[in-house]
Structure formats: C-alpha cells, structure tokens
Design a protein around this ligand. Structure first.
Ligand code: FRU
Length: 730
C-alpha cells in the first residue's frame, strides 16, 4: 500500500510542477511572447521596444525561459540602463512566481513588486562574479498578505558593470505553493555495485552534480538531472571501489525533486536488456552505450587490442562534460565499451588527444618491463593546457601528477597528436593553435613525453576561409603507391583537408596544401591508429560520423575503420581510403550478379537482380557502371536514400548532395555501405569518399536501380547483407 501511495503522489507532483501545465485558475501576468511589451512602459534603453528572442549579441547562451521571448536587458551590452513597468493589476492569488536570471545587484538588477509606488518584494538574478550562468530559474513571493491590493511589477536595470543586466520571464499569480529550492543537497550510498546511475531528462535544468568517494572529489559535471521520470540513466563505472562511501551532491534542487532518490546502483546498466536493440542503433558503426560522443581519441594498438577512446558526455544526449570514453576490440569491428577513463578535473574538461605506446619507456611510466600506454590530451580549462596520463594494463589510467606538460599558448590550443619519429629518436607532437585569427599547427618535440620544446609552426590558413586545416591535426608518413622508398608526410585536419610534404623531425615542408578531404557530410575529426604492428603496416583511420539519433539514449557514432593510402594521380599523390578488410567478417552471405546492360529506361529491384527474396536491412553493395551515352542517368534507391550518377554532368548525387566525379576508363566503381544511420560511399577505389548521415526509415526497405535516358552497362555486382556488430561474436 505504502509504495502505491508513493507512486500516486509522484505522478501528481509531476503534473503539478510542470510550468506549462498551469492549473486553470492561475493568472498569467506576462509571458513576453509578443513583439512589444503591450501596455507595459519602459524608461531608458536597456529594455528596447519589446521582449528579446533569447540570447542577445555578445551574451553567453541564455536558456531556462519559456516559449521564444523573455525580458533581457543585455540590449547593447551591460552598459545600458532602464526600467520596465507593468500596468496596475490586482493581487488575487497567494503566490507570485517568475523565472529570473542575470545579475545579483540588489536594487539595481532586480524585479520589484510595487504597491502605491513602494517596493514590497524584490528579487535579483544569481550572478555576482565573472563566469556564472545565463540560465533563468524559478523564483517566487508569498503575497497572501497583499490579497486584494493593486500592485505593479517593475523590472529594473540600473547597473552598468559586469552582470549589469536582468532577465525575466513568465510571471504568474497562483494559489499553489511553489516548491522551495534546496542548495547542496546530498545523498550518501554504500558502494556495493559496479555502476552508479544518475537519472537524466533531456531539456531539464542543468544541475552541478558532484560525486565524492569517502569524501574525496571524483568528478563534477553539469547534468540535466531528471527531477521526476527520467528518460534514461547515465551509468558511472566505479568498479574496484566497492566498500567505500559514495556521496552525490547537487548544487540546487527543487524540494520536491526525486532526482537523488532515483539514483540506482547495480551491476548491470539500467535498461541493458534493450541495449543495442534501439531502433536507431547503427548496426556496424560504433556508438556509445549511453550519452553523446564526438571525436575519436587515442586510437592505438596495445597488448593485442585496438583501443578507441572518444569524446564522451556520459550524462547527456548533447555535447558537454567532456570525458574520454573507452572501447576495446580485437578486430576494429566488434567493440566492447569499458568505463570512461579520463574524467574532468580541476584543469578542465577532457578534450581531444592521442595515445602512444612508449616502447623504450622514455617516460619512466613503464612497470615490470611493460611499456606504458600514454594518453596525451587537452585539459580545456582556463588556461587550456596539454596533459598526459598512463597505464600499463590498458584498463586503468593515472593522470601524471605534474600535469600540464604544455602550457597555454592561446586559449584556442588543443588536440595534441603524438608520434615517435624514429630517425630523430624523439617524440613529435602536432598541436592545433588558433593564433591571431589564423589556424596553425605547432610542432613540438620531446625526449620523454613530459618535456616539450616548440620546434616549428605550420600555417593552416585563415579562419573562416575555404581551403584550410581545422583543429584535431593528424600527421603521418605514407609510401606512394606502396613503394616504401618513396614516402611523403601528410598533415590532416578535422575537416579532412590535408597537405602533403616532407618532414625532418622538426619542420614540415608542405608541397601541396589543403587538398580536399572527404566529399560528403557529417565526417569530422578523424584520427589514425598509432602503433599498428610493423608487419601489418597499415595506416587506419576512424572519424566521427555525425549521425544524430533523436529519441535514443545515445547520440552520434564513428565511421567504419578505413585504410589510408597515397596514390599517384595526374595532379600528384592523393589520399585514398577504403574500408578495412576486417569488415568482411560481417558479411552474412554474398550475392553476385553477372555484368549486364540496362538498355531501356527501366527500374529493376536489386533483389530481383540478385535473385534473392530479401536483401537484409544493412548491407554492402559493390557495383561498376559504364554509362553508354552522354546523357545516362542512373538512380539507386537504397532503402529510400538516392544515389545517382548523371553522365552529362559527370556528377554523383548522394541523398541530394552532389559531387563531381570523373569516370576512370569510362567507368565508375562504387563501394557502398548502408547502415540504419547513414551511408558511406567509396568511389573509384576510395579516391572520393562520400559519408552521408541519414536516418533510414524502417518503412522503406526496398532497393532498386532505375535507368533513364540512355543505356548503362552494369559490371559485376556484389551485395552482402551484414551482421550487426552488437550481436555477433567478437
Ligand atoms: C572537435 C573538437 C576538438 C575538441 C573537442 C571537444 O570536434 O572541437 O577540437 O578537442 O571537439 O569535444
């Protein structure tokens, strides 16, 4: 009985505290959704002629208001002043509630309740020092002693310095007692299980959540903590710490919030019975179990495993709270996600970086003859610096106690990629640095990964202009056409644009700069693996595949792993990339069709061409085309996504995105990988790579080929339905 009662009460509070579900007898005094302030009057210039639509120029991001409009006196910055006053109204309810943000200057940045021109209640915003937050929060006044009186609301901005503005929205008279706001609320739990799981609701107000173990700070994040029913639980892995005392502290929480009560500790991830069966889970692209991911970090082969670290927000669907997530694989195809290894600390959130195996133990981090795995990352605090961490088991990582190892150059310095340069017997770091509105790569050298010396600077182009390098640099040497006696160095940026040149251990001399990288969309911050064994010798790259997965408990994914090569072309050597051969393991079977010509305009179902009942949901398709006329147009409809080739324009279309593609010896070779969350198209042996995020509708499960205008010959066609990496053997 007790628990049933508790459930009913929770449901009731849920409804009652949702501001948009106001009981009918509440009186909305102002929602500031109009173009003007209506019959409210202004003095001065801080409030302008009507409500703001969110953030104003030069202001930090404003949120927490309702609808689209709010009062925001940051108009033309903090220097402006003025007042905004309501017409008289009668106080007919016992409470007045409103959303408030901005400066904490009593009497100067405030909202006042006036009776007979006198201030009878007043509130300010929360900020009185640099930094802070532009999020509006609920505030309220108890006004039952003023029932029946005629009053006015006056919003004041008489402050001109830092935080010299006030933000207000949604003023309501109500009889419902507003929940009070508690500060520094704590819950203590014994640590008996592997995971502690925090309840998350997308769009909930961000709270500062601190985790302490035996009173020691472990991590602090800004989290959309669910006050009531969560969308999902964010697992924090605390294995190896059982028996200790865990404290979860929340900076501010409404007194009726259930967030702390709803924390779960267990040995399995909450909802894990549905893990990897989500409708938008890419079937052969890595994605995190929970939360947001972006750049691949620290790609390295160590102790017989491929390691994929990644930019991870374990607590949210959106970017934020950067941690380094961690997954391992024996084949780069099937990944096992482990817990996060780098958590934000007093030096800042953990931004992108790389990993190396320190074979000669130059760092001294090795143990019992085991070479250490060293992570080199950006701590994006103020200042923003480069730091290192190490491990000798590839599982537990220790941050170097004398971090940082590279001090801030500018606040826009980040994403160190490190490699061992054998000829000069030293470590080389390439670091992205925004310098006077220009992109640069700073080259550093080090004997031991701890002491770094600036060696040279390479220009990466002007910010905002086409043809440039942008953040997350990668730097490696590749043979031309596989001939090891002819090598070039490649410097590549997050946007995949690259330069080719030579390197003497200190300075990169570009010969060709900022060549176009990929030709599609949603592929960013790629990185290549370090320490792939010499007998393998491949240069393998994974990029962030920007596949949004709305409504899921996770967001974004990684591209498939690709082998990079430098191949000669008429214009000089160029990068080509093709999927790694390990992916072939996923083929369930392979159907082939013999070469044929489609002579007349017609549509052919791919399953008929392959003489198969069905093609499967996710698949690879390898096909060669020979347009037999100047105006051949071929369209592949792959589960509703169109890939076209127009021979009159020599243009490939992928989901409407056009790419100039010349025929090679009169033909076009396409290797297409179709997953639930997008396609990756490799053209002419990977000289052109067209990634394309797209959520493929489950309603659309047909694939066909249509020829229009002039005939087309199809070379041998191969199609392989693919297994899911989540449900097949590693
Ligand atoms: C690129 C990037 C990096 C940074 C990281 C932060 O996507 O902006 O420059 O280190 O993401 O998540």
């Amino acid at each position: 009985m007790r628990s049933m009662f508790a459930m009913v009460v929770v449901g009731f509070l849920c409804i009652m505290t949702d501001a948009q579900d106001r009981p009918a007898n509440d009186i909305l005094l102002a929602d500031f959704e109009g173009k003007t302030y209506g019959d409210w009057t202004t003095t001065g210039t801080a409030f302008g002629s009507g409500p703001a639509r969110g953030t104003l120029p030069g202001q930090m991001h404003v949120d927490g208001y309702l609808g689209k409009g709010l009062v925001n006196s940051f108009l033309q910055g903090d220097g402006t002043t003025g007042t905004l006053t309501s017409p008289p109204f009668k106080i007919e309810r016992r409470y007045m509630t409103f959303l408030i943000g901005g400066g904490k200057n009593p009497g100067k940045t405030c909202i006042n309740l006036l009776i007979d021109g006198k201030v009878v209640r007043t509130s300010t915003g929360p900020n009185d020092k640099p930094g802070g937050s532009e999020t509006l929060a609920l505030d309220s006044w108890h006004v039952s002693d003023l029932l029946g009186k005629t009053a006015q609301i006056q919003i004041v901005d008489e402050a001109t310095g830092g935080w010299g503005h006030i933000n207000i929205d949604h003023i309501v008279l109500t009889d419902r007692k507003p929940p009070g706001l508690l500060t520094n609320v704590e819950r203590e739990l014994p640590l008996e299980h592997r995971y502690v799981q925090l309840p998350i609701k997308r769009g909930a107000k961000k709270r500062q959540v601190t985790i302490l173990i035996d009173g020691q700070l472990i991590v602090q994040n800004e989290i959309e903590l669910a006050d009531y029913k969560p969308d999902w639980w964010a697992p924090i892995e605390l294995a190896g710490r059982t028996g200790k005392r865990l404290t979860v502290r929340v900076d501010k929480m409404s007194e009726d919030s259930k967030a702390l009560q709803n924390i779960v500790t267990s040995n399995t991830i909450q909802g894990s019975n549905k893990l990897f069966q989500e409708p938008l889970r890419g079937q052969f692209h890595f994605s995190a179990r929970r939360g947001w991911l972006n750049d691949p970090n620290g790609l390295v082969y160590y102790n017989g495993e491929y390691h994929l670290f990644f930019q991870h927000n374990p607590y949210g669907w959106d970017w934020g709270n950067m941690h380094w997530g961690h997954a391992v694989s024996k084949d780069m195809v099937h990944w096992e996600e482990l817990g996060d290894v780098l958590l934000p600390d007093k030096l800042g959130p953990m931004f992108s970086g790389s990993a190396v195996v320190d074979w000669n133990n130059t760092s001294g981090f090795g143990k019992d003859g085991k070479p250490p795995l060293v992570l080199i990352y950006t701590a994006a605090g103020n200042p923003t610096t480069q730091c290192i961490a190490y491990s000798t088991d590839g599982r537990t990582f220790t941050k170097y106690d004398q971090n940082p190892v590279v001090k801030q150059i500018t606040s826009g310095n980040r994403d160190p990629k490190v490699m061992w340069h054998a000829p000069s017997k030293q470590w080389v770091m390439v670091l992205y640095v925004e310098l006077n509105k220009r992109h640069t790569v700073h080259f550093f050298t080090s004997p031991n990964l701890k002491d770094w010396k600036l060696a040279s600077v390479t220009e990466g182009g002007t910010m905002g202009k086409d043809g440039y390098l942008y953040e997350c640099p990668d730097f490696f040497e590749l043979p031309i056409d596989g001939d090891k006696s002819k090598t070039k160095w490649v410097l590549l940026g997050a946007n995949s644009e690259y330069a080719i040149g030579s390197f003497n251990g200190e300075t990169f001399k570009p010969e060709q700069t900022w060549l176009k990288g990929h030709h599609g969309k949603g592929f960013y911050a790629p990185q290549t693996f370090s320490d792939i064994p010499e007998k393998d010798g491949r240069r393998i790259q994974i990029g962030w595949f920007q596949t949004a997965t709305p409504g899921m408990e996770f967001n974004q994914s990684m591209s498939i792993p690709m082998e990079l090569k430098l191949v000669s072309t008429a214009e000089g050597p160029r990068l080509a990339r093709m999927p790694v051969k390990e992916l072939e393991k996923l083929r369930i079977r392979t159907h082939s069709a013999l070469p044929m010509a489609m002579k007349k305009p017609a549509t052919l179902l791919l399953k008929d061409l392959m003489a198969q009942e069905t093609l499967g949901e996710v698949f690879e398709l390898h096909i060669e085309l020979v347009p037999l006329g100047e105006k051949s147009l071929i369209t592949f409809d792959l589960h509703g996504i169109a890939i076209t080739y127009d021979s009159s324009k020599k243009e490939l279309g992928v989901n409407g995105h056009r790419v100039a593609v010349p025929l090679v010896d009169g033909r076009l070779k396409l290797d297409i990988y179709v997953d639930r969350t997008g396609l990756e198209v490799f053209v002419n042996q990977g000289l052109i790579y067209v990634p394309m995020p797209a959520n493929i509708s489950p309603a659309h499960r047909n694939a066909s080929i249509t020829v229009q205008h002039e005939p087309i010959a199809l070379g041998p066609t191969r199609l392989s339905p693919l297994n899911s990496i989540w449900h097949t053997k590693r």
